[in-house]
Design a protein around this ligand. Sequence first.
Ligand code: NAD
Length: 240
Amino acid sequence: TSDLTGQRVLVTAAAQGIGRATAQAFARAGARVLATDINAPGLAGLDGCETARLDVLDAECVAEVCARAGAVDVLFNAAGVVHSGTVLDCSEAELDFAYDLNVKSMVRMVQAVLPGMLERKSGTILNVSSVASSVQGVPNRFVYSTTKAAVLGLTKAIAADHVAQGIRCNAICPGTVQSPSLDDRLAAGGDYEAARAAFVARQPMGRIAAPEEIADLAVYLAGATFTTGQACCIDGGWTL
Ligand code: NAD
């Protein structure tokens, strides 16, 4: 894995799941991590990380926390929400909320840290998308896939605009990953075990990812100096 000694890393949604595992992995790689989440108490116990409450829906809060963070070398945008349902199930309010949390929050974060990266001619942005996006059509994930496809679009656009200025921007597209919200989704239908078995069955490796496996890819990409504008799938063979 990459040696990120002394690099400043800002992680959103770090209280649990992929964001939490990634904050820890960056800290283990030597980075100075600022781990943030709307759920500030959930940030307790993150070894070797500074923590701050950050609601990525709140532009003022984003500006204030990013200003306090100082020079950010690596931005890890993890905040996101999963909606279930088809195009016919989706309300305008759900679509607006998902766009705000899954897409516009990433734009807000990038707008806050990119000017400093450009001044230093160096910076890496990592956005958590999903294989449920423009990569793979997944049933019952209309709003989610629509917004996660937008994450790939914004990732490539940022990469293209700033490739000659020392900035790299990549997206991570996980398959199914163990997390508290995954357990909530599996329980929501009433039969947790059956839902879990169905999710496992669509992963050819026959298991769900651990968040630490996604975190390892994030640390690698932070140091992958010839990689930009990519949608990096990590999905147990779902899209092979
Ligand atoms: P999770 O859904 O269990 O946790 C999400 C975290 O986001 C929570 O700590 C929550 O407090 C935080 N959060 C919610 N609203 C916020 C806000 N307004 N501001 C700041 N933080 C906020 O974690 P997860 O399942 O690992 O998901 C993390 C990311 O990975 C999401 O973008 C998700 O779409 C993506 N993803 C997850 C999976 C999976 O199977 N778990 C697969 C592909 C992609």
